[in-house]
Design a protein around this ligand. Structure first.
Ligand code: PGA
Length: 255
């Protein structure tokens, strides 16, 4: 393990929260809260807030990401947003395969792969989410499931593109529930993900790839989770909507 090779990435996932007007206030509070970060800081916001967020974050250390992207370049896909549209706005990151997309919007491993490919081909960095449900954890299939999700999400992703891939391990039972995985559970699965990356791309790429934990990460538990050798950052939902909490997580990742 060589965590020194990887700069932690703390990414907020705002989900369906904040109008563009409300976002201005939050970003104004976030800028001073994260300005001394020694990690990469990203906020992933709703589509309607992206232009505002990109404008507000210019000249700061905050990068802006979207929460989803469509896989076609353009065409008759009412309501969808392409990777080129995001790039044109100045967006640098995008989340793919979030469990809420899988659960409520019928995303499959195959569509997650297509979205990830489209994002990478357009030059975006993809934060690819994987993770098991509570039933799957209780059935003892967490590792197999996460291996499968990771492998399918990365079909046809080249070794070169892997420098713009982040994997976020997000156990579904920990998302928005206040029930965090223990640091041992997070480490175990993040290490398993890195092992798959090694099988697919070799040790060097596996060691260089950022693997985040997500699921009720907060100011109180971030330091312990991030102390694990294979946990290189976090994807933060609820706590990313509060500047002080998000700032504390960023500070924990900067130690
Ligand atoms: P949470 O969400 O931090 O509110 O649990 C994490 C996520 O869904 O990315």
């Amino acid at each position: 393990m060589n965590k020194a090779k990887r700069k932690p990435v703390i990414a907020g996932n705002w989900k369906m929260n904040k109008t563009a007007t409300e976002a201005v206030e939050l970003i104004d509070a976030l800028i001073p809260a994260v300005k001394d970060a020694d990690c990469t800081v990203v906020i992933c916001t709703p589509f309607t807030t992206l232009a505002t967020a990109v404008e507000k974050c210019k000249g700061t250390n905050i990068c802006v990401g979207a929460e989803n992207v469509h896989f076609e370049k353009s065409g008759a896909y009412t309501g969808e947003i392409s990777a080129d549209m995001l790039v044109d706005l100045g967006v640098k990151y995008v989340i793919t395969g979030h469990s809420e997309r899988r659960q409520y919007f019928a995303e499959t491993d195959e569509t997650v792969n297509k979205r990830t490919k489209a994002a990478l081909e357009a030059g975006l960095t993809a934060i690819v989410c994987v993770g098991e449900s509570l039933a799957q954890r209780e059935q003892g299939v967490t590792e197999e499931l996460v291996r499968l999700q990771t492998k399918i999400a990365l079909q046809n992703v080249t070794a070169e593109e892997m420098s713009r891939v982040i994997i976020a391990y997000e156990p579904v039972w920990a998302i928005g529930t206040g029930r965090t995985a223990t640091s041992e559970q997070a480490e175990e699965v993040c290490a398993a993900i890195r092992k798959v990356l090694g099988e697919l791309y070799g040790e060097e790429i596996a060691e260089a790839t950022v693997v985040q934990y997500g699921g009720s990460m907060n100011a109180a538990n971030a330091e312990e989770l991030l102390s694990k050798p294979n946990v290189d950052g976090g994807l933060i939902g609820g706590a990313s909507l509060k500047a002080d909490a998000f700032g504390a997580i960023v500070a924990a990742a900067s130690k």
